[in-house]
Design a protein around this ligand. Structure first.
Ligand code: HEC
Length: 192
């Protein structure tokens, strides 16, 4: 029994150094552990280059933001699909003023003109001709989903239902029927 404690089970030779008669035996760690270590070193280099040098992937915060935006968009979509959002034309002056602010802040004006007159990018929103219709539902849908193939930005995830209704109401109540200078030629069909 005592023999066993003193004599090593492997035939490794003692290392050269010696301290007060205490010798160290060469006892290498198993190869599989060494390989795991090599792999983690290689992995960390790839990780560092990918995320921190070329910044190709989203770090935690950005990924969190992205997933939350996606989740919010899904909530909005679900509300509309399940008919929970009441799509009503808003008429109070507060809502219409809020709609005007959104129209200017959310770059609607860049593509549709400051006064809704239209420009080379977006159609005129002041005439009675509409490509997608002029009910509150029509406007809600076109602003919520956008028309990506035609260059109209989707605002789901960016604007709440209420804000989409405010800006839609602003377009229908304030811009439609106004007569701005430099109005773009009519597109779509004549609506009531
Ligand atoms: C990047 C440019 C761009 C931005 C930003 C943009 N639009 Fe548009 N919008 C378009 C284009 C282009 C169309 C025409 C789509 C088509 O031809 O189907 C359009 C169509 C529309 C329509 C339907 C018009 C019709 O005749 O049926 C409405 C309403 C509208 N946009 C409102 C808005 C509002 C409100 C905003 C801001 C919240 C906005 N748009 C922001 C480019 C834009």
């Amino acid at each position: 029994m005592e023999e066993n404690i003193i004599k090593p089970k492997y035939d490794g030779k003692p290392l050269e150094h010696d301290f007060d008669g205490i010798k160290e035996l060469n006892n290498p760690i198993p190869p599989w552990l060494v390989y795991i270590w090599y792999i983690s070193v290689i992995f960390s280099v790839i990780y560092f280059v990918y995320y921190h040098i070329y910044e190709l992937g989203d770090l935690q915060d950005a990924e969190y933001e992205r997933q939350m935006a996606q989740a919010n968009a899904n909530v909005e979509k679900h509300k509309v699909e399940s008919g929970q959002a009441a799509l009503v034309l808003l008429t109070s002056s507060e809502d219409l003023a809020a709609g005007e602010v959104i129209y200017k802040e959310k770059l609607c004006a860049t593509c549709h003109g400051q006064l809704g007159e239209g420009n080379v990018i977006g159609p005129n929103l002041t005439d009675k001709y509409w490509i997608h219709g002029n009910t509150i539902e029509d406007l809600y849908n076109v602003i919520f989903n956008g028309v990506p193939t035609k260059g109209m930005t989707p605002y789901k995830g960016q604007l709440s239902d209420e804000k989409i209704l405010q800006v839609s109401s602003y377009v229908l109540k304030k811009l439609q029927g106004s007569n701005p200078p430099n109005a773009k030629e009519a597109q779509g069909e004549l609506m009531n």
